[in-house]
Design a protein around this ligand. Sequence first.
Ligand code: SAM
Length: 260
Amino acid sequence: MTRTSRAFDRAADSHDQTRLLPEPIASAGIQAILANLHTRRSALLLEVGAGTGRISLPLLERGANLVGCDLSLPMLRRQHEKSAAARLSQSDAAWLPFAARQFDGLLTIHVLHLVGGWRQALREFARVLRPGGVYVNSWNWQGRGDVDDRLRQYWRSRAAGPGADWRRPGVQSREELLAEVRAMGASVAELLVTRFYLEIAPIDVIGSIASRHYSETWDVPADVFDRSVSELRAWASQEYGDLSRPLPAERRFLLDVIRF
Ligand SMILES: C[S@@+](CC[C@H](N)C(=O)[O-])C[C@H]1O[C@@H](n2cnc3c(N)ncnc32)[C@H](O)[C@@H]1O
């Protein structure tokens, strides 16, 4: 059964403050997205799940001929407030309101894990791309076992249970996504754009989970959620001692360049 997509209406006010674009992504990442999508002069591009324009506005500033769509009207309104010139459509990735073979390039970034009908969405992407068009799905690699990963895994183990589910409704892993596009006959090229290093304090990870700004926390009932965060705090103190001490973490920004 297809689960309902997770529109970001409730995140529209907090999204830009909680999802800051690290400098290496803002510079090298945006440049690489554009270079890979822009397959010919005045290529027409579509970003699906464009949200508040965190990615699409920098692309527009670099001259991209881009349309953005998203399920959430409040997210699109935010984008429109930032740029009245942005061309936007409120639509579901699984039922795109565009004619076939229109776009030269299509982009998703941090979206398909939220799309209930993600398999149908991939078929829509193949339909609206012209022959020779390219689909770029961008993702962040994060090392297993860094402080952010360990704390989130622990919290998930405490938040799962009867009536409580932190899993998002869409694709569950990159492997699942790539298996599906390959089954559709697509080719996939993985491109490592940049790797960078951060320092993350345990207290900040706990704070970001406790704030419920992230969609994996939205469906967990309040009582289970409060208990899971208390358990997380106690476990983190045992594991890390000083929760405000920053710890190193590596991130990589990658593109999967897909041709149907
Ligand atoms: C995590 S945000 C990412 C937004 C943007 N790509 C970025 O990186 O800033 C995910 C976006 O996908 C949208 N979304 C979720 N399900 C969708 C669907 N079925 N069709 C279109 N957009 C969807 C949400 O409303 C939200 O704006």
